[in-house]
Design a binder for this molecule. Structure first.
Ligand code: BES
Ligand code: MN
Ligand code: ZN
Length: 503
């Protein structure tokens, strides 16, 4: 689907899209079209429940006085509530309606609105961004899909004043969408196709954008002492991998700046059977998205490199497959992590924290980052706590945590902070090793998992995002069709842009 920009004009073919505000108030271009069609828009609104509220839309088919196929009126709500996110949602809603409508060409008229402080160009760019995000499809394995079932919409033309500015602004947002799409792509792939080696190959593609990508195999990781990560993968026929991605975009006076990077670390369990502590079979197929954290880190690196972010970033992902098998790790095994801490593995299904223990320590040790943020589909318990609305946030640093909360609210990828504390750390005391990988009790499952990770980050500012509940959606949202959401890419891209990028 193509998003294009041109100057304001009244469209004469295809679908025309105009906006209305809360209280059935028509925008200027809606009024103009209403006149052209002998009042068809107003009559349609009167005959309906359309109020102009955010999320509402109304279609007028084959309006008289024009050759238009349809007019779509989209509600934007109250002017003072129209922000970037509202416009992205509107763009997503418009795409969803049009893609099922039968029109192949569409023109949306975007103009400045009194009481909203965004320019028409910025508004159009955000609408385009939302439409692009919603247009994502993962259908490469549906070889028999009939063409009549596929969307025929070829593109959305956004018409506004200063369309050149809008096009330029959209180009930056489009790079972020490319990152989100990469994340959604790798998460959607089935686990027979996507395993540590093939996921590492996908990460390697970022080389084209100027990202330095290293792939460590089992031998190298063994040499580094990564017994925790390797223990998880040892029951699988697929070799474990660690991928290190570096984007050095920090510049001063046009020169690359040697400056401590910021680091993102992802859990990449390409399939989580639970291992010998085998999961029940019902719903196990969902565990293909247990590499979601790594998918976000890879897509984030793509977004940052794509838009040439002026910052030094490293992305590290630990890729393993958690399988039961003759060589699989047993409950009761004691492994030695790269940090030197020994871990008693009492449940092989609490494997994400074992992977991250080595990935976090390695990142901290090698790069001495300013701070680290890790992402992981770490616990089912976080879904019990927060459902599918918020990701869990755990941090040893209030400033970092507050920044994540603030950015999350603004862009609509929300995070909710939960506590850490020595009382929880004590629950991980092992009789036989330095730490055990589960508490053994029933309470605070997400917190003890986070507490486990904290043992491997030293004094470096760190935040852990438990994204188990937000990585995969069973329902469409305005800017994401059901399936892999890409949650985290925009959150962290925006965190970087707001606080850590040279302006
Ligand atoms: N990958 C799972 C967590 C998960 C569950 C992600 C549901 C997405 C949806 C993780 O490895 C796991 O199995 N966690 C266990 C931990 C337990 C054994 C302490 C869990 O949540 O049950
Ligand atoms: Mn597990
Ligand atoms: Zn897992």
């Amino acid at each position: 689907m193509k998003i294009a920009f041109s100057n304001l004009a009244v469209p004469t073919t295809g679908a025309a899209v105009v906006a209305a505000l809360d209280g059935r108030k028509l925008t200027k271009s809606a009024l103009e079209l209403n006149k052209k069609t002998g009042g068809a828009i107003n009559r349609a609104i009167k005959a309906s429940r359309f109020k102009g509220k955010k999320g509402q839309s109304l279609t007028v088919l084959a309006p008289q006085g024009t050759r238009l196929e349809r007019i779509l009126i989209v509600g934007l709500g109250k002017p003072k509530e129209i922000d970037a996110r509202a416009l992205q949602d509107a763009g997503g809603d418009v795409y969803a309606v049009l893609s099922r409508s039968g029109s192949s060409a569409s023109f949306m008229l975007v103009e400045r609105i009194d009481g909203c402080n965004l320019s028409a160009a910025e508004m159009a760019a955000q609408v385009g961004f939302g439409a692009r995000l919603r247009s994502y499809q993962f259908d490469k394995y549906r070889t028999k899909e009939k063409s009549k079932d596929k969307p025929i919409l070829k593109g959305i033309n956004l018409l506004c004043n200063q369309s050149g500015l809008a096009r330029k602004r959209f180009a930056g947002l489009d790079k972020i969408a490319n990152g989100v799409f990469m994340t959604r792509d790798v998460i959607s792939e089935p686990p027979n196709i996507l395993y540590p080696e093939t996921l590492a190959k996908r990460a390697k593609e970022l080389t084209k954008l100027g990202v330095r990508v290293e792939v460590l195999g089992a031998t190298q990781m063994k040499r580094l002492g990564m017994g925790a990560l390797l223990g998880v993968g040892q029951g699988s026929a697929r070799e474990s991998k660690l991928v290190v991605m570096q984007w050095n975009g920090a510049t001063r006076k046009g020169k690359i700046r040697a400056e401590a990077p910021i680091a993102f670390v992802g859990k990449g369990v390409t399939f989580d059977t639970g291992g010998i502590s085998l999961k029940p079979s019902a719903g196990m197929e969902e565990m293909k998205y247990d590499m979601g954290g790594s998918g976000v880190v890879i897509g984030l690196m793509k977004a940052l490199a794509g838009r040439k972010a002026r910052v030094n970033v490293v992305g590290v992902v630990g890729l393993v497959e958690n399988m039961p098998g003759g060589n699989a790790q047993r409950p009761g095994d004691i492994v030695t992590s790269m940090s030197g801490q020994t871990i008693e593995v009492l449940n092989t299904d609490a494997e994400g924290r074992l992977v991250l223990a080595d990935a976090l320590h390695y990142t901290n040790d090698r790069f001495k980052p300013k701070f680290m943020v890790n992402l992981a589909t770490l616990t089912g318990a976080i879904i019990i706590s927060l459902g599918n609305e918020y990701a869990g946030l755990f941090s040893n640093n209030d400033r970092l945590a507050q920044r994540l909360e603030k950015v999350g609210e603004t862009i609509g990828e929300k995070v909710w902070r939960l506590p850490l504390g020595t009382a929880y750390d004590k629950m991980l005391k092992s009789d036989a090793a330095d730490i055990k990988n589960i508490s053994g009790g029933r309470g605070a499952g997400s917190i003890t998992a986070a507490q486990f990770l904290q043992r491997f980050v030293g004094k470096t500012p760190w935040a852990h995002l438990d994204i188990a509940g937000v990585t995969w959606a069973k329902k469409d949202s305005a800017t994401a069709p059901k399936g892999a959401t890409g949650f985290g890419v925009r959150l962290l891209d925006c965190l970087v842009a707001e606080y850590y990028e040279a302006k």
